[in-house]
Design a protein around this ligand. Structure first.
Ligand code: PXP
Length: 241
């Protein structure tokens, strides 16, 4: 089975917002990523609009030729935006104002009624919903109970760990990927993935899509965005051979 690469372009917008300038353009970046082999483009519209802006989402929805994966918190404001924009995919994440990046998976278990409503509401707009969860059985079961067809497993703990601890985290992801797939969920994964740690995740046969941002954009500073996209795409495809 093939594996797909979603590229998160938030940090192109981070550089733009650092100077409140009109460059670099996340639109141009997204189109270049698509041209270079990205299978979808992910962007996180945060409540504080620290990087991606509403206009970016609107413009990209019309210009992307692959798929838009809109990452967002499950707030009423974001749900209304998603229903209007109608991205192909929507990944629901927890959001804290003070965090540097998404720190952990959603606690779906504690908010099943709300998440059920949100999944239903987005599903009615023909948006494929994905819940970003840690590799924990109770969260995966809850995601399924809420009617989410897809989960994205949080690879941040694996990415931040080293040596034995990293192998333990990898084992959790491996077991939970197989489990989630066995109960009928599509399994994506992402967060903190780099050229050094992605192969082991891409090798897991049930994983359908990897969403990677920071490391690709950082690498692009030295080799360019086209080359950085191709490099990661080649790496994940080779992991499957
Ligand atoms: N997937 C999700 C759900 C995320 O929140 C993020 C970060 O925005 C990513 C993937 C990409 O993570 P990174 O930028 O560390 O590659």
């Amino acid at each position: 089975m093939s594996i797909y690469l979603g590229i998160n372009i938030d940090h192109i917008a981070t550089i733009r917002q650092a100077r409140d300038a009109n460059y670099p353009s996340p639109i141009e970046a997204a189109l270049l990523c698509e041209k270079s082999g990205a299978d979808s483009i992910t962007l996180h519209l945060r409540e504080d609009r620290r990087h991606i802006q509403d206009a970016d989402v609107k413009i990209l929805r019309n210009q992307l030729t692959t798929k838009m994966n809109l990452e967002m918190a499950a707030t009423d404001e974001m749900i209304a935006i998603a229903r209007k924009i109608k991205p192909q995919d929507c990944c629901l994440v927890p959001e804290k104002r003070e965090e540097l990046t998404t720190e952990g998976g959603l606690d779906v278990v504690s908010q099943i009624p709300r998440m059920k409503d949100v999944c239903l509401c987005l599903g009615e707009s023909h948006i494929i919903v994905s819940l970003f969860v840690d590799a924990q059985k109770n969260q995966i079961d809850a995601a399924r109970e809420c009617g989410s067809p897809v989960i994205e497993l949080h690879t941040g703990h694996y990415a931040n760990a080293t040596n034995e601890a990293q192998l333990t985290e990898l084992e959790k992801i491996k077991t939970m990927t197989t489990y989630a797939h066995s109960i009928g969920l599509q399994v994506n994964a992402g967060h903190g993935l780099t050229l050094e740690n992605t192969t082991a995740i891409a090798k897991l046969p049930e994983i359908v899509e990897l969403n990677i941002g920071h490391s690709i954009i950082a690498r692009a500073m030295f080799i360019g965005l086209e080359a950085a996209t191709c490099e990661m795409k080649t790496l994940i495809l080779e992991a499957r051979e």
